[in-house]
Design a protein around this ligand. Structure first.
Ligand SMILES: O=C[C@H](O)[C@H](O)COP(=O)(O)O
Ligand SMILES: C=C(OP(=O)(O)O)C(=O)O
Ligand SMILES: [Mn+2]
Length: 448
């Protein structure tokens, strides 16, 4: 299938796009991006598609996680390593406690553009109400609350490309250079997390794994799987100029791939069947996802599957449901039932974050750990009742000790949010909360 032109996509009236004041600068940025090499390889996307086919068949579990919004200034070795590390710890917990292979997928190296519910943001500055364009992610404009920062600048797309390349390079080094080797299972448990109750629980599990590895070594078994780990990268394919410029024909097969990341997803606000995002991703060969919120009808899901995966190939399409803790038990079943009854091949993944956001009395956007957990439990219960496989978890998390979501074992409250609230968009689980979630989900998985 050919790649549609950028012009034809723009004619579809895409949602959630920046309004760039300087059209000439957009044209030259797109030309620059088109000339740059792809960030990932088509064969890596194919590998991930195979792994997601195993998820679709109920033979593996997907762990997808990372920031709501990456920032250009956040591209440091420490920040990236911390995110990879918490994902590795969570994956080990899930794999070991539930005996299920875990497919690891970062919301990383490209997650820089944000859809917003309002085009503007109003704050009180020096006693006066000031309204400016909303922050739409570092790919679009600056977070700083000034008129100048909030003007969309296409040059940022090139900055995002280079920041993603740097992140990718570091992730590849961490993954292939020994850091992700299973024999490092103890060394991932460091600093603040190590002393926490969940860190101690992890320590016990890591000890068991180490003994098992020593036993394997003693009997002469040392499979490759202990030394290397697969880790793929994903982001929401939102800004058409960027995604289109990095859509390339694969020389092996002459098929089009979106080579800005391995897995691309379509957000809740841009999943219109006749919209530009669905059109572009329908032409790309990557494994792709679509977020499904509480307004989705079973027919919407079927139509999306028909358009995005006409060959009904397992691994190609992942539905990421994000209903909210109070809606999932009523809203999800009829979608899963109808999609399953029609024989549609799709992986089902739970995003327990985006339906559970609220504003704390302190004004911070937050989520309750208990709501996150309740949505995951609802997701597992629905799939168990229908007999379908709860294929994975999609979470906003960070490897740092932030205070953005309330609750959890540390019992963070509204009053704690100001201590270390660093997200520029949605609140993320911190490292302790992430690990706690992994243990709780492992228990649900064991029962599934
Ligand atoms: O990450 C998702 C969206 O960009 C985010 O939830 C939008 O939040 P808003 O309602 O503050 O715009
Ligand atoms: C924008 C996001 O989610 P959704 O499209 O589900 O609102 C997100 O994943 O950050
Ligand atoms: Mn988000």
């Amino acid at each position: 299938m050919s790649i549609p032109t950028l012009e034809s996509l723009r004619e579809l009236g895409p949602q959630q796009q920046p309004t760039y004041p300087d059209k000439g600068a957009v044209t030259s940025t797109v030309a620059r991006l088109e000339a740059l090499p792809p960030l990932v390889f088509a064969s890596e996307c194919d590998d991930l598609r195979e792994k997601l086919a195993a998820v679709t068949r109920g033979e593996a579990f997907l762990l997808q996680g990372g920031d709501c919004a990456e920032t250009l200034s956040g591209v440091t070795a420490e920040n990236t390593r911390n995110k990879v590390r918490v994902m590795l710890q969570m994956a080990v917990v899930l794999t070991y406690a539930a005996s299920v292979p875990v497919v690891k997928l970062g919301r990383l190296a490209g997650q820089y553009a944000k859809p917003r519910s309002s085009d503007t943001e109003t704050r009180t500055v020096d006693g006066e109400k000031v309204t400016l364009p909303a922050y739409r992610g570092d790919a679009v404009n600056g977070f700083e609350f000034t008129e100048a920062a909030r003007v969309p600048d296409p040059q940022r797309l090139v900055d995002v490309y280079h920041a993603s390349a740097a992140t990718l390079q570091l992730v590849r080094a961490l993954v292939s250079g020994g850091y992700a080797d299973l024999r490092q299972v103890h060394t991932w448990n460091t600093d603040f997390v190590k002393g926490s109750p969940v860190g101690q629980r992890y320590e016990v599990l890591a000890g068991e794994i180490e003994r098992a590895l020593q036993f394997m070594k003693a009997i002469g078994a040392d499979p490759d799987e202990f030394h290397k780990v697969d880790f793929h990268l994903s982001h929401e394919a939102l800004i058409l100029e960027y995604e289109h410029a990095l859509a390339r024909l694969d020389s092996r097969t002459d098929r089009a791939y979106g080579l800005s990341g391995h897995f691309l997803w379509i957000g809740e606000r841009t999943r219109q069947l006749a919209g530009a995002h669905v059109e572009l991703l329908s032409r790309l060969r990557n494994p792709i996802g679509v977020k499904l919120g509480p307004t989705t009808s079973p027919d919407d899901a079927l139509a999306l599957a028909a358009k995005l995966n006409p060959a009904n190939e397992p691994g190609r399409l992942t539905f990421i449901t994000r209903f909210g803790a109070g809606k999932i038990r009523d809203g999800l079943p009829h979608i899963v039932e109808k999609v399953t009854a029609e024989g549609v091949q799709a992986a089902w993944v739970c995003d327990p974050m985006h339906g559970n956001t609220f504003e704390a009395s302190s004004g911070y956007k937050t989520r309750k750990f208990e709501d996150v957990l309740e949505e995951v439990q609802g997701f597992f219960d629905v799939h168990r009742r229908i007999g379908t496989w709860p294929g994975g978890l999609h979470v906003e998390l960070t490897g740092d000790d932030v205070t953005e979501c309330v609750g959890g074992g540390e019992e963070l409250t509204d009053l704690d949010l100001a201590d270390r609230y660093e997200s520029v968009c949605d609140p993320r689980l911190n490292r302790v909360q992430s690990l706690e979630l992994a243990f709780l989900v492992a228990e649900m998985l064991r029962q599934a």
